[in-house]
Design a protein around this ligand. Structure first.
Ligand SMILES: O=C[C@H](O)[C@H](O)COP(=O)(O)O
Ligand SMILES: C=C(OP(=O)(O)O)C(=O)O
Length: 358
């Protein structure tokens, strides 16, 4: 009779990675870049505290797969950010970890070369270098906090984090968020349900004790203080969009009933645009009008945008990849991004300061 092992039945191998401390020593965040992250975080905290009348707009590719194109995008966004800085605080989406509905490429950290070699250590190095290059421009960066370990390697560079629709209900993600240094947005569930996000808000502001790793990579008990800068993100769901004024009013009621803050971000993409990028600008216009008509709860927006329009399947031969085109969700192109954001800033320039004063 063959003896069956008690563990590792389904484990092929386990490989030790460099520690968070080693990566940070190789690629330190210091000087102007550090200052830029601190200033961006403070701006977002001030917006959430209603001390800064601007809105923050998380805008950029659905996922990063080509660091060169990401820097091309970052330079454009930095230039645009300077033009609208009095009204909008622009934060680049620098998403390295993709939650998949079933299977698919899971992002630059998991498989940086998109060839199923899963060189995660390289992914962490490429990701950290790219974030350093972006924040060194003075442009804030945001990401989805999906893996509970990777924040130890990268979170010091992040000004805003998202918890995605597929993980808002997860205790692991709520615990992790309670210790993140950035503000964090919780999406409503993929079914459109907001209760999971309201519950997440109640959880994340509390201290938690849980298993994690320290900077030396040792398994540790992490004790958090609770994150005071969490808010909900309306992204629509299987029953349809939820960006309109009726859904926003219902969300305000649910947040009040749950005893949590009434800061709402609208994700113009995902189920709010039925994943059709062309609809994103219409959602943006609708939200702008809600604010013009007196809405007080909307403090931020999200747009999925890239250099070029649409998306592409990852080709077998990577030389066939089209430059600046998403390999995950379809995005609006740069011209549309620039036009929509400039238009929004123009419409809201005189209105937002009065909103805080009211
Ligand atoms: O934003 C990205 C996608 O909507 C999310 O990762 C799910 O993608 P999938 O349904 O293609 O797996
Ligand atoms: C995966 C994302 O969104 P959601 O969790 O809303 O599907 C995303 O913003 O990349």
């Amino acid at each position: 009779m063959s003896e069956m092992k008690a563990d590792d039945l389904n484990i092929e191998s386990i490989e030790t990675l460099m520690t968070p401390l080693q990566l940070k020593e190789q690629m330190p965040l210091e000087g102007k870049a550090l200052e830029s992250v601190q200033n961006a975080r403070q701006s977002i905290f001030n917006i959430l505290d209603r001390k800064d009348p601007r809105l923050f707009v998380v805008v950029g590719p659905c996922s990063i797969h080509d660091p060169k194109a990401a820097m091309d995008y970052a330079h454009r966004l930095k230039e645009l950010a300077a033009k609208v800085d009095d009204t909008l605080c622009l934060v680049m989406r620098v998403y390295f970890e993709k939650p998949r509905t079933s299977v698919g490429w899971k992002g630059l950290i998991n498989d940086p070369f998109m060839d199923d070699t899963f060189q995660i250590e390289e992914g962490l190095k490429i990701g950290r270098q790219l974030l350093l290059d972006i924040v060194s421009l003075g442009l804030p960066a945001s990401t989805e906090a999906l893996d509970p370990i990777s924040p130890q390697y990268l979170q010091d560079l992040i000004a805003w984090s998202a918890i995605g629709a597929r993980t808002t209900e997860s205790q692991t993600h709520r615990e992790m968020s309670s210790g993140l240094s950035s503000a964090v947005g919780f999406k409503n569930g993929t079914d459109g349900g907001l209760t999971v996000a309201v519950n997440a808000m109640q959880s994340v502001s509390s201290p938690h004790r849980f298993l994690g790793i320290n900077k030396e990579g040792q398994v540790s008990v992490v004790r958090t203080k609770g994150n005071p800068y969490a808010h909900v993100v309306l992204r629509g769901g299987s029953s349809g969009p939820n960006y309109d004024s009726v859904h926003v009013a219902k969300a305000e009621q649910a947040l009040e009933k749950g005893g949590v803050n009434q800061n709402i971000m609208i994700d113009c993409s995902h189920a709010n645009s039925n994943k059709d990028p062309q609809i994103q600008s219409l959602v943006l216009k609708d939200v702008t009008n809600q604010i013009l008509e007196g809405n007080q709860s909307i403090i931020g927006l999200m747009l999925e945008s890239n250099i070029n329009f649409g998306n592409q399947k990852i080709p077998k031969n990577l030389d066939d990849l089209k430059y600046g085109v998403s390999v995950t969700d379809a995005c609006i192109d740069w011209a549309e991004t620039e036009r929509s954001i400039l238009e929004m800033a123009d419409k809201l320039r005189d209105v937002l300061p009065k909103r805080v004063a009211d």
